[in-house]
Write a protein that binds this ligand. Structure first.
Ligand code: HEM
Length: 504
């Protein structure tokens, strides 16, 4: 409120507001009429000038409002985030039809102002066109070369597990917050793949990087940052934006420092990780006279920060949801531990054990389904004019694949709102895949780290449950454990503590 009051105090701002309002009314009218000529637009609530449907949206948890709106307007509808028109896709069938069957049409990224500020169209997450294609392809090849989905990353995760267990053990059954150790462990897997080595949990450079990445994800989900995305001219008055800018400057500086260190010790015959491969490719292209290739410093630094940003918080958060759900549903935790005892005993769980642990596998999938950590995926845009389910969607329209509505689609899941591992089990207790399990999204922009994330979740989760039983702190009952997510770009559990009681 003080922000708006402050704004209104200056007459120049009032003039600016008036001009913006006028232009936007013109814009909304113009975009409406041109689309009508081409075909019907998806229905939706009537927007107000300038504000759009903002007054109807819960800016901290917009996915909840969008799920409500889908009950009224169906599986494809239009909402206005301020002046910006957004098409929302809801339910498994519609999201799949768009992202998979019309993958090219719906496969561009919507780069909102806050992400443009920090990525400037470079890297993987918030890029499009040839640069995105090349960086995504290069990252995928290298993540595979340096471990993703194969023995290399299994070894890296197995190396990390004892460090995480040691931290949990140090709490000696007393209640503690799992955030930092889990984030550090998961962050070290990406570190090993990207830089070629892990960090000590006490290294201030590393803890600074991991804590900052975590903080930035929280800030990105705040209502004021959503306001900035709708009305970028509000930028100078938004405190969270200033904090984010400071974090991003520090992050880029640290990545730059690490990259310079790797450059000094680079051996093209023995690449240690993604950064080395990138530097070698850059050098080779420069030596062959190609001075304006896509392999430039901006693409390197932004790709590295993207891999950390997308790969650390997501996996760490999911793992923490898993531990919280085990503490809440102890009968499910007991069954997982029985299965681990029976199949693995006390030796280290390995990837090849997964096929013999159907119940545990079903529990991990159900954790991801219920945790729903990326409720709106990351917004897409249409890459061309599209006709979809009889509606016209103009090229460049922002599109939200509402993953919550897929992961909780009541025509796909027997009890969408409850934690029920049976969603992924057949009658004989065997594991069954479900097409509507879209925690990693689908199509052209599907999560690039899916293979790695699945491996991490399986190995960390089974190893932790093999060593510990999780329970609420003394004086807190299982029923008291709150499953309401906190606000953020990804959905984290609300702050809580758990006891990790040693089983060995
Ligand atoms: C449980 C863990 C994870 C979940 C649930 C998850 C989920 C997602 C989702 C929903 C998207 C957006 C897809 C879309 O736009 O439609 C995404 C994109 C992405 N993820 Fe993940 N992710 C996880 C782990 C990882 C890891 C470990 C990495 C890194 C190795 C990673 C790297 C990326 C990248 C680079 C993108 C952008 C892809 C692009 O724009 O082309 N993710 N992820």
């Amino acid at each position: 409120m003080s922000l708006i009051e402050g704004l209104l105090q200056t007459s120049s701002t009032v003039t600016l507001l008036g001009a913006v309002l006028f232009l936007l009314v013109l814009y909304l009218r113009a975009s409406g009429s041109s689309s009508e000529e081409q075909g019907k637009e998806p229905p939706g609530p009537r927007p107000l000038p300038l504000l759009g449907n903002m007054l109807q949206l819960d800016l901290k948890r917009p996915y909840l409002t969008l799920c409500e709106l889908s009950k009224k307007y169906g599986s494809i509808f239009t909402v206005h985030f301020g002046p910006k028109k957004v098409v929302v896709l809801a339910g498994y069938k519609t999201v799949k039809q768009a992202l998979v069957n019309q993958a090219e049409d719906f496969g561009d990224r919507d780069i909102t102002p806050v992400f443009y500020d920090f990525n400037q169209g470079h890297g993987i997450l918030f890029a499009n066109g040839d640069s995105w294609k090349e960086m995504r392809r290069f990252a995928l090849t290298n993540l595979r070369d340096f471990g993703m989905g194969n023995k290399g990353s299994e070894d890296k995760i197995l190396e990390e597990i004892p460090y995480l267990i040691e931290v949990f053990e140090k709490h000696d059954g007393q209640a503690f917050d799992t955030t930092q150790p889990v984030i550090y462990a998961v962050s070290n897997i990406i570190s090993a793949i990207v830089y070629g080595s892990r960090f000590e949990y006490t290294d201030p450079l590393f803890t600074g990087m991991a804590d900052r990445a975590n903080k930035s994800i929280r800030l990105l989900g705040t209502a004021s940052i959503q306001m900035y995305n709708m009305f970028p001219w509000l930028g100078p008055w938004i405190k969270n934006l200033t904090s984010l800018k400071e974090i991003v400057v520090d992050m880029k500086m640290e990545v730059g420092k690490l990259v310079r260190g790797l450059k000094e010790t680079l051996n093209p015959q023995m690449c240690r990780g993604f950064v080395d491969s990138f530097l070698v490719r850059k050098q080779t292209l420069e030596e062959s006279g190609n001075m304006d290739s896509l392999y430039h410093d901006n693409n390197l630094v932004i790709s590295v920060t993207n891999l950390f940003g997308a790969g650390t918080d997501t996996t760490g958060t999911t793992l923490r949801w898993g531990l919280l759900l085990m503490a809440k549903y102890t009968h499910i935790q007991d069954r997982v531990q029985d299965e681990i005892n029976r199949v693995i005993g006390s030796r280290q769980p390995l990837v090849k054990d997964r096929k013999n642990l159907p119940y545990t596998d079903a529990v991990i999938h159900e954790i991801q389904r219920l945790a729903n950590i990326a409720p709106m995926a990351i917004p897409h845009t249409t890459s061309r004019d599209v006709t979809f389910q009889g509606y016209f969607i103009k090229k460049g329209t922002s599109v939200i694949p509402l993953l919550t509505s897929v992961l909780q689609d009541d025509s796909e899941w027997e009890s969408p709102q409850t934690f029920n591992p049976a969603h992924f089990l057949d009658e004989q207790g065997g594991f069954v895949r479900k097409d509507a399990f879209m925690a990693f999204s689908a199509g052209r922009r599907v999560c690039l780290g899916e293979g790695l994330a699945r491996m991490e979740l399986f190995l960390f989760f089974t190893s932790l449950l093999q060593h510990f039983s999780f329970s609420p702190p003394p004086g807190v009952t299982e029923d008291d454990l709150d499953l309401t997510p906190s606000v953020g770009f990804t959905l984290n559990p609300s702050p809580h503590q758990l006891c990790a009681v040693s089983r060995i």
